[in-house]
Design a protein around this ligand. Structure first.
Ligand SMILES: Cc1ncc(COP(=O)(O)O)c(C=O)c1O
Length: 435
């Protein structure tokens, strides 16, 4: 067992210093992101960076230091994924879902890359996300809900809004009249998601009433499926049938929509009928990143756009009987060369990789031994004995049979790829390559 020594105290001091050098950073103020604002014609965020954020940017620019952990996002793969999705659903249009900062990967670079495609627009969850993108080349649409005090600024910004009930539609209509414009809206129907929107039973009545309101362009109608990852489950088919019945009902009064959509990535892969007429558009988020729900089909040949990298902090030959990390969950059976790498669960490595996952060094799989800690992970480097401090480590990504995808990590963690992709820490630099 390792005991505390002056050397270890020194190491702890170095670790503390490295925290001062690599403070946590607000991803949204990353220079690389703002650099792309003008290319999509969007307005920069109004908030001024705090003194602390400015200091951090300053440190980053002046120090010329390499980050300890970074995620490389391959932009040409992202566009290739988009192209595969678009080809699969043609002639339907594709709305790219960039909510939650493009699932944590950087909304502005994603928008800049996708603005060059023929996508129908960008889908977001809430007003701040909408404002980041509004005014650019592509229409922006809130997919979830809108609150009364949010309506006027959203109408002024030209954001397409969801109609989740009649009172909301009236407020949108009033705001548009006040601003002297027409607000574009999509009816959001709850056909079984049980979360937000107009209940199916009320939909024909509400749609008819909203259609009579002034200053509204009722351009679209949509719904969302909670079970579409399971092709054997009939619930999604029932939802599609119900949705189509509502369309037919209101069509009797001549009410038709330009944009009709129900499919997100799960339905695109598992329910092809959700990506055919009468639908005119699909929405996709997770497939753009090259991942899937763990349970469904992988009909689209999209590939992961992500590579998470770090650097080796130290390499040591440790004697048999040494236990590694918190909880002493791994005990070396023989003398072993162990590398401590500079990434941990604060960077997005799931704790579930403990004693199970592997990383790649020079393309060679190196098993994780010992519990993942916040900033560091210990790996067996017996097969790459030449490894030294500063060397690059691929935690996620790579090529060939040892490549590791967010979906692999999700399987180890017993979760889905959304959870993995949204969990890269703030200090993980987002690097956009392959433009
Ligand atoms: C209404 C709506 N549409 C589309 C999406 C995108 O889903 P996915 O990432 O599975 O394509 C989401 C994501 O949760 C959503 O809430």
């Amino acid at each position: 067992m390792l005991t505390s020594s002056p050397g270890m105290v020194q190491l702890a001091c170095q670790t503390l210093r490295s925290y001062r050098i690599f403070p946590e950073q607000d991803l949204l103020t990353h220079a690389g992101e703002n650099a792309n604002l003008s290319s999509i014609g969007a307005r920069p965020r109004q908030a001024r960076p705090s003194r602390m954020e400015a200091n951090m940017k300053d440190i980053e620019m002046k120090s010329n230091l390499k980050r300890r952990v970074w995620v490389e996002i391959n932009v040409s793969r992202l566009r290739a994924n988009y192209a595969k999705i678009a080809a699969a659903v043609k002639p339907l249009k594709v709305l790219c879902v960039l909510k939650a900062n493009a699932y944590g990967l950087g909304v502005m670079p994603y928008a800049a890359a996708l603005a060059e495609t023929d996508c129908a627009g960008f889908g977001v969850a809430e007003p701040f996300e909408a404002l980041q993108l509004a005014g650019g080349k592509k229409p922006v649409q809130i997919l979830s809900s809108i609150l009364p005090d949010e309506i006027e600024p959203m109408v002024a910004a030209g954001v397409t809004l969801p109609v989740i009930d009649l009172p909301t539609a009236k407020l949108i209509s009033t705001a548009a009249r006040k601003l002297g414009c027409t607000a574009t809206v999509h009816f959001k129907l709850d056909t079984g998601m049980g979360r937000l929107g107009i209940l199916a039973a009320d939909a024909p009545r509400v749609i008819r009433a909203v259609k009579r309101l002034p200053n509204l362009d009722c351009a679209g109608i949509f719904s969302h499926c909670p079970m579409a990852y399971d092709p054997a489950n009939e619930f999604s088919n029932d939802q599609i049938d119900l949705f189509c019945a509502i369309l037919k009902d209101v069509a009797r009064d001549g009410i038709r929509f330009k944009t009709i959509h129900i499919a997100a990535s799960d339905a695109i892969n598992n329910f092809p009928r959700a990506a055919k007429r009468p639908f005119t558009m699909v929405r996709t988020g997770i497939n753009l990143h090259g991942s899937f729900d763990p349970n469904g089909r992988r009909a689209l040949n999209v590939v992961s756009v992500l590579t998470l990298k770090t650097r080796v902090a130290q390499v040591r030959d440790l004697p048999a009987g040494t236990t590694l990390g918190y909880g002493r969950t791994w005990c070396l059976a023989k003398r072993t060369r162990v590398a401590t790498i500079s990434a941990g669960y604060a960077d997005g490595l799931p704790l579930a990789l403990t004693n199970r996952g592997h990383v790649l060094i020079d393309g060679v799989p190196c098993p994780v031994i010992g519990r993942i800690s916040m900033d560091y992970t210990t790996v067996d480097v017996s097969r790459v004995p030449h490894v030294k401090p500063g060397d690059e480590v691929v935690c996620l990504g790579g090529r060939g049979k040892y490549a590791i995808t967010p979906d692999d990590w999700a399987a180890l963690k017993g979760t889905h790829a959304y959870d993995i992709i949204c969990s890269f820490g703030n200090r993980v630099e987002r690097v956009y390559c392959g433009r």
